[in-house]
Design a protein around this ligand. Structure first.
Ligand code: NAI
Length: 328
C-alpha cells in the first residue's frame, strides 16, 4: 500500500541508527512508492546528535520523506507508529555481569512494550535489534497484551545474511544463487546456521555438509562468531551490516519473501520444532500478505537437533533470568 508509514527508530543517533535512517528514507525498507514519517527516539544526552542526523536527512532531499521528528519521550515517539525499530539498548559496561545486562534491558523493553500497547497503530510491527534481542522482544511482547505476539520479532537476519555470504565464498557463487538457509535459536554464539535444506548454486546444502570438518570447524563458528571478528578487525561493532539486515527483515515482512525461498527471523514460538511456546526463537520463515509464517515440516537430523536444543536452552535460561519482569 502507499499510505504514509510512521517509522520510529530508537537509538537513532547510534551507529546502527545512523546507517539505517538514510536507507529507510530512500525507500529501501518499504518500497520507493511509500511515503515515510520518521521518528527518532533517543536518550536526552543524544537528542542533539539525533537533531544533527535529522538535518542530514533533510539534505538528502529524499522523494518520499514526509517528516523527521526527534523525541526523548517514548510515549510521544510511539504514538500512532506503524513500525518500531527498537535498536537502542543498554550496552554492557565494564564489570557488568550478563545477568545485570539482561535485567537493565528487560526494564527498558518492558516499558517500551507497555507504551506500544497503549499508543501504537493497529497494524504495528516491531523489530528488536538491541541485545539481548530475542529476550528483549519476548519481554516487550509480554507487556503488550493487546498486540498479537507475532508482531514482536527480533533480528537474526544479520546471522542469516552472514551464513549466505560464507556459503557464497565456499561455492564461488553469488548470494542470489543461494536459498533456503535457516538460522535457528538465539542471536548469540549458540545460534545454529542450518544448511541441510539449502540450495547453493544448483547443489544441495546437504552435499556441502558432508564435509563435516568444514561445517563444524569453519562454517558454523565463522557465522556464529562473526560479530566478535568484526569488532576485532574493524575496531567497532557491526553497524552498516546490522542496519542493512534490519531493513531486509522489515522489507520482506511487508513486501514478501521471494517465491521458493525463505529467510530467518526470531518470532515467539507457537510450540513448533520442539521450541517451548513463547520463547522468541529464530526459525525459517516466509512472509505471506504481511505476516510471518514459520516454514513447517522440515526434517531435522540429529546433528541439527542437538544444536537447536542448545540454543533454545540458552533462550530459556535468559527468560528465567528476567522472570521477575514478566507479568504473572
Ligand atoms: P550504539 O551504542 O552506537 O547506539 C545505541 C544508541 O541507543 C545510543 O545512541 C543510545 O543513546 C541509544 N539508547 C540507549 N537506550 C535507549 C533507550 N532506552 N531509548 C532510546 N535510545 C536509547 O549501538 P549500536 O552499534 O547502534 O547497536 C545498538 C544495539 O544493537 C546494541 O544493543 C547491539 O548489541 C545491537 N546489535 C544487534 C545485532 C543483531 O543482529 N541483533 C547486530 C549488531 C548490534
Amino acid at each position: 500500500s502507499s499510505h504514509p508509514a510512521v517509522v520510529t527508530v530508537t537509538g537513532a543517533a547510534g551507529h546502527i541508527g545512523y546507517a539505517a535512517l538514510f536507507r529507510i528514507a530512500a525507500g529501501a525498507m518499504l518500497g520507493h512508492e511509500r511515503p515515510v514519517h520518521l521518528r527518532l527516539l533517543e536518550l536526552p544526552h543524544a537528542v542533539s546528535a539525533a537533531a544533527g542526523t535529522a538535518m542530514e536527512l533533510d539534505d538528502g532531499a529524499f522523494e518520499q520523506l514526509l517528516s523527521v521528528d526527534i523525541y526523548d519521550d517514548p510515549r510521544a515517539a510511539f504514538d500512532g507508529t506503524d513500525f518500531a525499530l527498537l535498536i537502542g539498548s543498554r550496552p554492557r559496561s565494564k564489570g557488568m555481569e550478563r545477568a545485570d545486562l539482561l535485567q537493565a534491558n528487560a526494564a527498558i523493553f518492558a516499558e517500551q512494550g507497555a507504551i506500544l500497547n497503549d499508543v501504537a497503530a493497529e497494524d504495528l510491527r516491531v523489530i528488536v535489534v538491541g541485545n539481548p534481542a530475542n529476550t528483549n522482544a519476548a519481554i516487550a511482547s509480554a507487556h503488550a497484551p493487546d498486540i498479537p505476539a507475532e508482531r514482536f520479532t527480533a533480528l537474526t537476519r544479520l546471522d542469516h545474511n552472514r551464513a549466505i555470504a560464507q556459503l557464497a565464498h565456499r561455492a564461488g557463487c553469488v548470494a542470489r544463487e543461494i536459498s533456503r538457509v535457516t538460522v535457528w535459536g538465539n542471536h548469540s554464539p549458540t545460534q545454529y546456521p542450518d544448511i541441510f535444506h539449502a540450495r547453493v548454486a544448483g547443489r544441495s546444502g546437504a552435499e556441502l555438509a558432508t564435509d563435516r570438518t568444514w561445517l563444524e570447524d569453519d562454517f558454523i563458528p565463522t557465522v556464529a562468531k562473526r560479530g566478535t571478528a568484526i569488532i576485532e578487525t574493524r575496531g567497532a561493532s557491526s553497524a552498516a551490516s546490522a542496519a542493512s539486515a534490519t531493513i531486509d527483515h522489515v522489507h520482506d515482512w511487508v513486501l514478501g519473501t521471494p517465491a521458493d525461498d525463505w529467510t530467518s527471523a526470531a518470532l515467539p514460538s507457537p510450540g513448533v520444532y520442539g521450541v517451548p511456546e513463547g520463547l522468541v526463537c529464530s526459525f525459517p520463515v516466509r512472509a505471506v500478505a504481511g505476516r510471518w509464517e514459520i516454514v513447517e515440516g522440515l526434517d531435522i537430523n540429529d546433528f541439527s537437533r542437538a544444536r537447536i536444543d542448545a540454543s533454545v536452552a540458552e533462550l530459556a535460561g535468559e527468560i528465567a533470568a528476567v522472570g521477575d519482569l514478566l507479568p504473572a
